[in-house]
Design a protein. Sequence first.
Length: 459
Amino acid sequence: MAAAQRIVIENCSIATVDADDTEYATGHLVVAGNRIESLGPGGAPEGLENVVRRIDASGHLVTPGLVNTHHHFYQWITRGLATDHNLFDWLVALYPTWARIDEPMVRAAAQGSLAMMARGGVTTAMDHHYVFPKGSGDLSGAIIGAARETGVRFTLARGSMDRSEKDGGLPPDFAVESLEGALAATEATVREHHDASFDAMTQVAVAPCSPFSVSTELLRQGAELARRLGVRLHTHGSETVEEEQFCKELFGMGPTDYFESTGWLGEDVWMAHCVHMNDSDIAAFARTRTGVAHCPSSNARLAAGIARVPDLLAAGVPVGLGVDGTASNESGELHTELRNALLINRLGAHREAALNARQALRLGTYGGAQVLGRAGEIGSLEPGKLADLVLWNLDTLAHASIADPVTALVFGAAAPVTASFVNGRQIVEAGRLLHVDEDAIARSTREEARRLARIAARG
C-alpha cells in the first residue's frame, strides 16, 4: 500500500462492527487504494504519503457499507400493486404482469432499485432474478450492467422456475423455463460473469426461486451445479404458513426437511425470509451454517409473520438483512430495515430483549457479508479489508440531540449519507449518486412501468 493513493477521514465516530464491536468516539480511518489501511482513535498518523484527499467528518458516524442479501430488482416497476394481499394471492395477482417483462424494463428497474439503495448507504447489493420470459433479451447482462454503472459491489442470484400452473405451481405456464434450459442458462451466467477474486465486484449464485415454483429435480441439480462451479446457492424458504402446508401436502415434509433432502442446507446456502421455523429447523440451519436473509418490511407488508431472528442468532445461524422486491417493500431502502428489524422483532416473544441497536447494525453489515460468503473481505472496518464504507451525517435536526451515534442511526430517522465508498471509490456525495443520473432513472422507470402496465392490460 506504500505507493497507493490515500484518503484520510478524520474527526468522526467509528463503529467498526469487528468481532469485538470496537468503536471510537472520535477517530480516523485511512483508505489506501481499495483497502482500509488503518483506523483508530484520534487523528491520522503523521507523514502519510500520497494523500489525495482529507475529509473532516465532524458530526458523522462511519460504518461499514450496508449489505443487502435479498432483492428482486424487476419489481421496481410494479410497486404499489396488490397492497392488501398475502404472499400467495399477491403472487397470483402479479405473476401475469411480471411474465411480460423485457430487457429495457429490467434494465430500468435495476437502475431504480440500485440507485435507491446506494444513495441510502448500501455498498453491496444482490438481486434474485428468476423471471425469464422467452425472447425477453439478456436480462442478467442488463442487471449486472446497471450495478456496474452505479458502482456497487454486486451478487446476481440467477434464479429460475420450472413448476407452472399446469404442474401445481403459481407462475403462468409461459413464464417458466424447462429444467434443462434453466440449468444451462444458469451455468452460462456463472461462467460469463462470476468473479471469485478477493475484491470481486460481480459474483453469481445459483438460485431456483422457491419450493412452490421449481421442481425437486431443479433444486437437486441446481445444488449440484453450484457446488461443481464453486458458487453459492440462494432461494426462498419458510416464508409463510401456506408454504409449509404446500410442502407437507406435496412432499410429505416441512420446508427445512425438504431442502435438506435436496442438498439445500450448508454453509454455501442462504435463504430468504425463514419466518415459520420451529426449533428443529433452527437447529438444522445452525448445524449446517445455512444463512438467512431477514426481510422485516416485506414480511410485514405481506402479513407473513415475524421471523425468529433472536433465536436464529442465539443458535449461531448467519443472518443478514434484505430489502426484498419493491412490490412488497415500496421504499426499496435497506437502512430503514435496520430500524424495522429491531422494532418488529421486539413485537415477538423476546420483546425488548429481542435486538439492540448494535445487533441491528451488525445484521445490516457483517451479518450480510457472512450470508453472501464475503465476511473476510467486507462487512466490518478492519485493516486489510476492502474500503466499502459510509459516512452518516448525524449532525442535523433529526439526530443531533441523540448522544449515542449508533442509537441515532438505528432508532432515529433515516440518516443522510454524506459520502459512500465502494472499493475505495466514492459513489455518493451529499446524498446524490455520482456516477448515474437519478432524475433520468426516475423518468425511465416511470416510462417502463407504464409500458409494462399497458402490455399486461392487453393480456
